[in-house]
Design a protein around this ligand. Structure first.
Ligand SMILES: NC(=O)c1ccc[n+]([C@@H]2O[C@H](COP(=O)([O-])OP(=O)(O)OC[C@H]3O[C@@H](n4cnc5c(N)ncnc54)[C@H](O)[C@@H]3O)[C@@H](O)[C@H]2O)c1
Length: 336
């Protein structure tokens, strides 16, 4: 383990397994969301927290933020039904755990939690972000995350196709959740043909062309946007991909770092997820901690496009992968 501090506790109110993993505070207090998910075993939740908190360190460092990386997990084990009472108890338990870090870790929403849940967490700690506007927070981070992904898509397109213009390009969005849905709309409004996919059939509203989830990643297209879960790009999928550019918000898309080499060898440009998905963290931390205006924070979100261009250009010039270059950027800040 290369984490600074990890706390695991059975919630005194909820009885659920709770994990707070702080990977690094080298640049400042750690920040990262609270994931509420069902796992086969709480140890799978621990593994998730360890992986995701490390990714937050890279995300915050590569985005130029003075924050470290952390993540919380509320692990629902099989057979536990999540009643509103249990949810509230777990959020209060976790809030107490966050508070025990004394301001060196800040939580916010993540998969399975939202701004309204943060109102509950705030009853136990002030170290929580993204409360709804009426409670003094910036609300859901999906809007700035999607804006950052859109900036990354345009920068990736400029690098691969010589123009950021998306008119006539085919874009597949896999995962039509709160971020994927917004990205689909952005690229559609920019003139792209959009194909969407989701394991939840209720997402098939007819707004966009539909592709079955099993086929989505292999669908021939100009740009693939992974916007669902992590681990969607294993080595064995690389030969079956039919797309020159992959850029999306899903965290930890590669099953292992070596997949980045396989993608590059096939001439597929993969924009590192921790660079493309940083818009939410950038916006929330700059607004809620550093007090920047909406306009100033959104302009920092837009600058994710510049980071993507720099990373892709360096990879091309140095004969490396975008992952190597993005990691080098983050490491340069973490170990000056
Ligand atoms: N919300 C943010 O601000 C933010 C910030 C950074 C990164 N991310 C990452 O982006 C991704 C999407 O986040 P979100 O907030 O939109 O989540 P979400 O839960 O709102 O949406 C995820 C969607 O993916 C679908 N899905 C799940 N498994 C799938 C599969 N195998 N194939 C296709 N669809 C599948 C779900 O049904 C859901 O509609 C996640 O990996 C998240 O960690 C989100």
């Amino acid at each position: 383990m290369n984490h600074e501090e990890v706390k695991v506790r059975r919630g005194p109110r909820s009885g659920l397994a709770l994990i707070v993993a702080v990977h690094s505070r080298a640049l400042g207090p750690a920040a990262g969301g609270i994931r509420l998910r069902r796992y086969p075993d709480w140890r799978d939740g621990l593994a998730d927290a360890l992986r995701l908190s490390e990714a937050m360190t890279l995300k915050n460092a590569a985005a130029g933020l003075d924050f470290g990386g952390g993540k919380s997990v509320i692990a629902l084990e099989p057979g536990t039904s999540l009643t509103p009472e249990l949810r509230e108890a777990a959020l209060l338990d976790l809030g107490e755990m966050i508070d025990s870090f004394g301001g060196s870790y800040f939580g916010g929403p993540d998969v399975g939690t939202g701004p309204d849940d943060m109102v509950v967490v705030r009853r136990a700690t002030s170290r929580v972000f993204c409360l709804p506007a009426e409670h003094g927070g910036t609300g859901s981070s999906s809007v700035p995350t999607a804006a950052g992904v859109f900036a990354a898509v345009r920068a990736g397109a400029r690098h691969v196709f010589g123009t950021a213009d998306l008119v006539g390009r085919t874009v597949v969005v896999s995962g039509l959740g709160s971020v994927g849905g917004l990205v689909a709309r952005h690229v559609s409004e920019a003139g792209a043909r959009v194909l969407v996919s989701d394991v939840d059939p209720a997402k098939r509203t007819g707004e966009f062309e539909w592709v079955e989830p099993a086929k989505a990643l292999r669908t021939p297209a100009d740009i693939l946007v992974p916007a669902a879960v992590g681990g969607v790009l294993p080595a064995e999928l690389v030969p079956e991909l039919s797309v020159p550019l992959i850029v999306g918000p899903a965290n930890n898309q590669l099953t292992e770092d070596s997949v980045a080499g396989g993608l590059a060898a096939r001439g597929i440009v993969w924009v590192p997820d921790f660079v493309a998905s940083a818009g939410g963290a950038v916006y929330v931390l700059l607004r809620e901690v550093e007090g920047l205006s909406h306009t100033a924070a959104m302009s920092r979100v837009e600058s994710i496009g510049d980071t993507v261009s720099a990373v892709l250009t360096a990879a091309r010039d140095n004969g490396t992968t975008p992952l190597t270059e993005a990691l080098a950027r983050a490491s340069a800040r973490l170990t000056p």
